[in-house]
Design a protein around this ligand. Structure first.
Ligand SMILES: [Mg+2]
Length: 127
């Protein structure tokens, strides 16, 4: 069965880069430009992995992660962040604390992300 990845990011160029990256590998990619839309899409689709930006208008990434984890405690989540008012690495640490398996700082190293995602579907990562 085709693995489905939901990408939630308010920056369209980032969504496009990730969509193309994963589609080329045979994944199906769903996109949302904010946390609220992401949650709606998540509820209506079978999603195997969520990649979520931390700094977004309307509903930020941390809030989105918490809500996703309530809906499905086992959902795999990768957080990405370009930073914000507080230090980006602090945000990324928070994301991990709340259930993200990995976190990436922008600009995203796509090769590294692809390897991690492929690995996720082969075996669960050691935390
Ligand atoms: Mg953003």
């Amino acid at each position: 069965m085709t693995r489905q990845i939901l990408v939630i990011d308010d920056e369209k160029p980032i969504r496009t880069i990730l969509r193309k990256l994963f589609q080329k590998q045979g994944y199906k990619v769903l996109e949302a430009n904010n946390g609220n839309m992401g949650i709606q899409i998540f509820k209506k689709n079978r999603v195997d992995l969520v990649i979520v930006d931390l700094i977004m208008p309307e509903k930020d990434g941390i809030e989105t992660i918490l809500e996703l984890k309530c809906l499905d405690p086992d959902i795999k989540i990768i957080a990405i962040s370009g930073g914000g008012i507080i230090q980006p690495d602090l945000y990324l640490k928070l994301a991990k604390k709340f259930g993200a398996i990995y976190s990436f700082q922008k600009p995203i190293k796509v090769d590294k992300m692809l390897i991690l995602v492929n690995d996720l579907f082969i075996s669960p990562p050691a935390s």
